[in-house]
Design a protein around this ligand. Structure first.
Ligand code: SF4
Length: 427
């Protein structure tokens, strides 16, 4: 197998992340932006390890946010989540992912397709910029996912393995999908010419399982008023969940955040600079293209973003002494109940029930829905979601039409204006 070695996005992100961390550690008081520090420490060390491993010959596996990346650690390989790579670039690079989106559009991808994969589509179209050796994805949660990965298979000639995710989310469905994951590992073994090492898989699963325990504690703690964590934990958490999966950095990140939240709740203190006049729940995604938006909400608007869809998990950790079969079944269940997959690959009542449950749990005053242009099926539930939140909890829902990864569709100034006006109606 001839390995592909173009990894410019990883190198660029590592350089940007290093500069960000130096700035935060060198120029900002220690009690400030602690979540951001933990995040960049973890991210930089993962990027460094990945770049070194690739330079030493490890193959690169492109994968999807809803796929349990722990599985890939049974090989000597580097998994890269395409959706996170697109949005990390939009958050961290000076010009965001716009060049990549434009390259994808010039190729023929419609402007209204989801930017979650479009960034990486554009990266692979730039000469000698980014390549992977194989791709493994689920057939969920949306047509967009399926359509975009076809591009990598047919236009870039990258082997793509798709694990068939069933529609029914029950024990029978989980078992079926576990078999699909096993088949995917077997297919990958043939492509990579490697034997799966299940002890390595167990180690990766254990880091993620320990993280789930901390995440559960964090979610109970941030139900407190005032919310003990900075709103920025939400876009960061969406990245950590899959980009850090199966790595010790994931456990360390959530351990540090849990300690921070525990300490603040115990002492009854808020996150520095945060005044919480209004608490909000975001039933879909946070905004990924602006790294400062959440700080603006906390420090200038005095409105906390307590939680979004990507930061609460409706699944359990996998037990320590699980057999190989049990690990596959546990990962299958986690993948099928992963945020966005759980709510999108099913009847709308799951989305409605989860939103009501979380808005109630976090005791919020309102909700804000990011109507992401690429996500046609989620936009179809907005009106009913609005009615359900009003009828059941008496809280209003603001809808903002935007692209969470492309600042040109709705600018951050316009988004701030909409949220500011909305807040005035709540006081
Ligand atoms: S945001 Fe919507 S369209 Fe994009 S990956 Fe998620 S479910 Fe698919």
């Amino acid at each position: 197998m001839k390995l592909r070695r173009n990894i410019k996005p990883l190198v660029l992100l590592h350089e940007c992340g290093t500069t960000m961390l130096e700035l935060v550690e060198g120029a900002i008081a220690k009690q400030e932006l602690q979540v951001l520090r933990s995040y960049f420490r973890g991210l930089n060390s993962i990027l460094k390890e990945d770049i070194d491993a690739i330079n030493n010959g490890a193959p690169i596996i492109g994968t999807h946010f809803a796929f349990p990346a722990e599985l890939f650690y049974c090989f000597d390989a580097v998994p890269i989540c395409f959706e996170t790579l697109s949005y990390l670039s939009s958050a961290v690079l000076t010009n965001g992912s716009e060049d990549f989106y434009d390259a994808a559009s010039n190729f023929g991808i419609p402007y209204h397709a989801c930017t979650s994969q479009k960034g990486v589509v554009g990266m692979t179209l730039k000469p000698d910029y980014f390549d992977v050796d194989a791709i493994a994805i689920p057939t969920a949660p949306c047509d967009n996912t399926i359509g975009m990965y076809q591009f990598f298979s047919e236009a870039r000639n990258i082997p793509v393995i798709a694990a068939d995710m069933p529609y029914r989310h029950n024990e029978r469905g989980y078992k079926y999908y576990a078999q699909e994951l096993r088949k995917m590992v077997d297919d990958l073994a043939k492509i990579l010419h490697q034997e799966p090492d299940y002890d390595k898989l167990r180690k990766a699963v254990s880091y993620s399982s320990n993280s789930i325990k901390y995440q559960e504690e964090i979610n109970n703690l941030r139900a407190a008023t005032p919310c003990p964590l900075e709103s920025m934990i939400n876009p960061m958490g969406a990245c950590v969940q899959n980009f850090f999966a199966g790595r010790p950095q994931k456990e360390t990140f959530y351990k540090e955040v849990a300690e921070l939240a525990r300490d603040r709740v115990k002492k009854g203190v808020k996150a520095p600079g945060m005044e919480e006049e209004i608490r909000s729940y975001w039933p879909y995604m946070s905004i990924f293209f602006s790294i400062e938006f959440c700080e603006w909400m906390d420090r200038e608007l005095n409105m906390s973003l307590v939680c979004d869809m990507f930061n609460h998990f409706f699944f359990e950790p996998i037990k320590e002494n699980a057999t190989v079969d049990e690990m596959f079944e546990g990962l299958a269940k986690q993948s099928m109940e992963y945020p966005m997959v759980r709510q999108s690959e099913s009847f709308a009542d799951v989305f409605l029930d989860d939103t009501l449950f979380l808005a109630k749990k976090f005791n919020v005053d309102c909700a804000v829905f990011t109507a992401h242009i690429g996500c046609k099926q989620s936009v179809s539930v907005i009106q009913i979601l609005k009615e359900v939140l009003k009828d059941e909890l008496g809280i209003p829902l603001l809808t903002i039409e935007l692209d969470i990864g492309d600042k040109r569709l709705t600018s951050i100034e316009t988004i701030k204006k909409r949220v500011r006006e909305f807040k005035k109606t709540l006081l």
